[in-house]
Design a protein around this ligand. Structure first.
Ligand SMILES: C[S@@+](CC[C@H](N)C(=O)[O-])C[C@H]1O[C@@H](n2cnc3c(N)ncnc32)[C@H](O)[C@@H]1O
Length: 277
């Protein structure tokens, strides 16, 4: 089986930079026979586990339906070949925006695929948009400036998910189905708080992020986070105050809305509690 060192299609937040250390640490989980990648994303971690542990049952939770993108790779390759053709001779690869004329022709190609077959907008974003920018639908895509970043070779995912089971469930449901299984290890790589998740289906709030911590109670796991989120600091603080009650319990709330500018508002809050002794 071919080992992939990155996802076969562009995927924001894939763990390719962690693979070496992830594989090393997997060696400490030889007693585990089932691995469940609850936030599978591109499936790169599930793929890596299956490579390393072909004997184990590996479940990839494909919440974003990455498999649809994989299935459509032949169409994506055809679409990109047409765009590549259109970009021949353009200067400033990836640095200068493509000319208006080429941009119109590229939009015509995308429109044809949008109407007649399938467009993988995430792969297209990585091929035509400025670094890190993503659009996930036709309307948003055609508003953007294009840069010629089309990969020179075709995408290929042959064998990528061989032997891996695929589910498409909310992680909480999948976790509840497997949490009592013996010898199971959960892989948790949730969306990061305060990071850009444009290309994912969901938008996460602090509560969602904290809910993930419930799956770490008494389980075997890999849990990914980042120092941008302060979650580790929060866990350490909670451990220092194990009997803490909700500090806002029984408090009343008053709010004022603050306008930053015509598009942006937020709410300032005042909690108050007069506790009778
Ligand atoms: C940081 S990415 C995971 C990246 C993955 N480890 C990789 O290497 O490609 C987080 C993923 O969780 C997915 N997700 C968001 N909400 C979810 C939910 N409620 N249940 C399961 N997955 C969810 C996101 O759509 C995104 O694909």
């Amino acid at each position: 089986m071919k080992e992939f060192i990155q996802a076969p299609l562009p995927f924001q937040g894939q763990k390719r930079n962690f693979l070496k250390q992830f594989k090393e640490c997997l060696n400490e989980f030889k007693d585990k026979t089932t691995f469940i990648d609850l936030f599978g994303g591109s499936g790169l971690l599930a793929h890596t586990i299956k490579q390393q542990r072909p004997d184990a049952r590996v479940i990839f939770n494909d919440y974003d339906w990455f498999v649809t993108r994989l299935k459509n790779i032949p169409t994506t390759n055809k679409l990109l070949a047409e765009i590549r053709n259109e970009c021949v001779g353009l200067k400033g690869r990836g640095k200068e925006a493509v000319t208006d004329g080429s941009r119109r022709k590229i939009i015509d190609i995308i429109t044809k695929y949008e109407q007649q077959s399938y467009v993988d907008y995430i792969t297209l974003s990585a091929s035509l948009m400025f670094s890190g920018k993503y659009a996930t639908n036709y309307e948003d895509f055609i508003k953007e400036k294009f840069y010629n970043k089309v990969k020179m070779s075709d995408y290929n995912a042959d064998g990528y998910l061989e032997g891996v089971e695929v589910e498409h469930l909310d992680y909480k449901l999948l976790f509840s189905l497997y949490k009592h299984l013996p010898n199971v290890c959960f892989v948790l790589d949730p969306p990061y708080l305060s990071t850009d998740c444009t290309s994912y289906k969901s938008s996460w709030r602090l509560k969602d992020y904290l809910d993930v911590l419930l799956t770490l109670q008494g389980t075997s796991y890999f849990y990914f986070t980042s120092n941008k989120t302060s979650i580790v600091e929060l866990c350490q603080w909670l451990a220092m105050h194990p009997n803490l009650e909700n500090p806002l319990r029984d408090a009343q709330l008053r709010e004022v809305t603050v306008s930053v500018n015509k598009d942006s508002k937020y709410r300032d809050m005042m909690f108050y509690r007069n506790r009778q002794i």
